[in-house]
Write a protein that binds this ligand. Sequence first.
Ligand code: AMP
Ligand code: ZN
Length: 468
Amino acid sequence: MKLYNTLTKKKEEFVPIEEGRVRMYVCGPTVYNFIHIGNARPMIVFDTARRYMEYKGYEVNYVSNFTDVDDKIIAKSLEEGVPAEEISARYIEECKKDMEAMNVRPATTHPQATQEIQGMIDMIQTLIDKGYAYNVDGTVYFRTRKFTEYGKLSHKNLDDLRSGSRSLLVTGEDQKEDPLDFVLWKPKKEGEPSWQAPWSDGRPGWHIECSEMAKKYLGEEIDIHAGGEDLIFPHHENEIAQSECCNGRPFARYWLHNAFLNIDNRKMSKSLGNFFTVREIGEKYDLQVLRFFMLSAHYRSPLNFSAEIMESSKNALERIVTAADTLKRLAETASAQELTEEEKGRLEAMKEYRKKFEEAMDDDLNTADAIAAVFELVKFANTEVKEGCSGAFAAAVRQEIVSLCDILGLIAERKEETLDEEIETMIAERQAARKARDFARADAIRDELLAKGIILEDTREGVKWKRA
Ligand code: AMP
Ligand code: ZN
């Protein structure tokens, strides 16, 4: 499998540090609001990368953080008059719901910055001891120029940065030895969350969070570090500087960055009024459609979001689901079950689509071409599987569609809607069971309904139900 590495600006064959295992870190969201559809892009594309690597037999240790201490979280907590922890806890929960709806699997570990402060303090202390950081009145800075490889990820040269860095000097930072130096620890302001440290009561800088969490959960040297392309500089550049100077070894081997998502060909921003949360999109579409849309482009290409593109994504996904559904019906109603010799040959030919799919994914996770291979398979299904075929043939073709979609995290099986009528019948049956004092049966029916997402409430006016 080849991956494009921002560090070398080349597609490189992926070779993990430890055979069969992948240690992967993806920078997660700052939790001060519902996640927006831009945040969803790295979540979906790197979840797909993880799924594909697992499909190839790797055991993937996938770590993605929640940044739960930040100026925006503090601002929101002041605005609402509630503690910052309440804001971050609320939006972590909401983010997890969105992830589930987009079929983004939970990470192996989702560390939270506020739970890892001691490790960050230890890393900062090591950097000070090694001469890579210094304390001025309670603020600790990283001595950027001391790390001679600084700039290697963003391919920036220190002197170019220096000439453009006057703007990097913000008020209160004129105490830095060099404008390129960045903050590792800052003293608290009134009303802000803070932790005790040798330099001041304060909080960590953003960059040190990821260096520490990657180290704690994956080790000093990791295989893949990923995130949106806006993070290349300065966030990832600074992470490399901190980790490599502290640990004395290379940090991540492969750096993967997704391009940005734009809306109607413009940058998404609140002020332009073209800003959408995942939750808002979920009110109009099944979030599988959003996932399909995100994967229909290569992750390193800019992606444009518009109502028309969402509509066509919806229709395209529907074509796959309909094909799988038709095959299911054909498999269930077929009179013959056994594969014929001819069908065996057709199944052999069908392997071509999986091969194309894998070739696309092996080429730097080209999900656009992988989806094209799925559509070729759908076309094959629609033309080759007919009334009168064997049940085994229809089932095998259907399984192939479901399985390739599953690698992309797309669900090809139609969601079964439980009809109101069906619910009412089951409720009546439960009432009858209760009347007959068959409580085990009554409970079993309630659980069966719950599994379908139907919640029952026994009230004085009788049984009421709602969808979860
Ligand atoms: P943030 O919460 O801003 O730290 O962002 C979390 C992740 O979402 C990072 O990997 C960002 O690079 C990514 N991200 C933010 N906005 C967009 C966008 N419009 N398109 C793609 N990725 C984005
Ligand atoms: Zn990060």
